[in-house]
Design a protein around this ligand. Structure first.
Ligand SMILES: [Zn+2]
Length: 195
């Protein structure tokens, strides 16, 4: 884990977690080299310390309190769906079926308030159902022109993010800077005399 050292403090802060539960559960794996399948990684749910931080940071209290085995299973499906969306391919069949089944447990209806505005009203449902429903909504249509979700290719990252711009390649400015510095370093190592 060569690059994770630079991110050590982040692992105990998890600044990327916000009210988006889909990204909160998906982004619990830090990958050495996201461009290389099978690259080394840190699983933030696997260690007691980082798991405790994660449970504290997650906004949805029901999700935060979910038993670990269920969390890991849900994460597998969410990551599989987001990964497919990032690569613009259909999600694996078993992922699709499981997310559909879970989402059925998170019904949503609409109501018009006094001011005449349409409001989405959540009926009863569990956290897994909500996460599944929001994952399906996030992944949307694989044929859509703009990808709704991407995976950050920076070394020591691999986080999923919703690009704010069409050409946004990295999850944060910091990741872009680190990736460019790494590329430069590799080029210098390969051609020590160039420049
Ligand atoms: Zn990143």
């Amino acid at each position: 884990m060569r690059y994770a050292v630079e991110m050590q403090s982040d692992l105990f802060e998890m600044p990327w977690i916000d009210e988006n539960s889909v990204l909160a559960i998906a982004n619990t794996v830090v990958i050495d080299d996201p461009r290389q399948p099978g690259s080394g990684h840190i699983d933030l749910l696997a260690a007691g310390e980082t798991l405790a931080v994660w449970r504290q940071k997650v906004h949805d209290p029901q999700l935060a309190g979910m038993p670990l085995a269920e969390l890991v299973e849900l994460r597998g499906d969410v990551r599989s769906a987001l990964d497919a969306a990032d690569r613009a391919v259909p999600m694996p069949e078993e992922t699709r079926l499981r997310l559909n089944a879970l989402a059925a447990g998170a019904p949503l209806t609409f109501a018009v308030d006094r001011a005449g505005h349409l409001q989405a009203v959540e009926l009863t449902g569990d956290a897994a159902g909500r996460v599944a429903r929001e994952t399906l909504r996030t992944v949307g249509d694989p044929n859509a022109r703009t990808r709704l979700v991407r995976r950050c290719p920076a070394p020591g990252c691999g986080m999923f993010f919703m690009p704010g711009r069409r050409d946004q390649s990295w999850c944060t400015v910091r990741c872009g800077t680190r990736a460019r510095a790494t590329r430069l370093r590799q080029r210098t190592l390969q051609h020590p005399d160039a420049g």
